[in-house]
Design a protein around this ligand. Sequence first.
Ligand code: RIB
Ligand code: CA
Length: 322
Amino acid sequence: MPPNPPADAAVHTLVIDTDPGADDVIALLFAMAAPERLHIEALTTVAGNVPLSKTSRNARLACEWAGRPEIPVYAGAERPLERTPIYAANIHGHEGVTGVKVHEPAAPLAEGHAVDYLIRTLRAAPERSVTLAMLGPQTNLALALTQAPDIVRGLHELVLMSGAHFNGGNITPTAEFNVFADPHAAEAVLKSGVPTTMLPLDVTHKILTSGERIARLRTIGNRAGVIVADILDAYAPQEMQHYDMPGGPVHDATVIAYLLQPSLFRGRLINVEVDSREGMGFGQTVADWYGSLKRPANANWIVDGDAQGFFDLLTEHIARLP
Ligand code: RIB
Ligand code: CA
């Protein structure tokens, strides 16, 4: 067996589960610009930022904007496992991609439900061969794990934009949106036993836009650069105002940067559990950073990242697109 390449050169067989979503679209464009490193098998969509019909359309739009209309998009869960659905159109816009006009993409949705696609694909995959990036509520994988627990065999790693601890929440004082939108799913995923890396608000709120960083994207001179800059110009200000930050976070794109260059990030293998009880802590991720509870580690919890390195990597990849 050839030795594994260093992590910053690893090639991933990848499925991206997503609820586009302004930052999801940027993450998808980023990922689709790295075909030599990220062999994207499919996108699976879930209700989250906006309802399923819009997240599924927006995922297909991202493929069209990236010049990758061949990537199949499978629509998945239209509601969380148990809780009442919530959305974030106030942040992402009524159509789910603030700052840009949307249209019905030429490529249709792939036939069949995303959960069935995940089960079929992970059962057929070589052992521990598929990386699953999750950018929204984790309902699809939770449903797949319930219906077919054996699929863990096909998974190499889960890389999630999920959770908050040191930073505090963004939808409640304690909860981050992707977990709050389906805490029961997040609980099931964290108990799966699959190697898991989490990029919580603890790191995404440290990797922020600036006027210069957005201008650099806009002046690349291609359509993708203008789309990303227009999205960020519309999306960042309200995040900056609401959380009193000097720039806007590009949450989901940090997952793609981690896949391409994990050395940009710093974290620790710890125990993370989800509080799914009704009440003030509903959807909280309890990250035992200091090992106080002596429970087994189940997640690589990322707390820091090189912001300039992230924007350099993002800009370099967006420049490769049409
Ligand atoms: O809390 C941020 C997360 O919630 C991001 O994935 C964003 O797209 C929303 O889904
Ligand atoms: Ca998302």
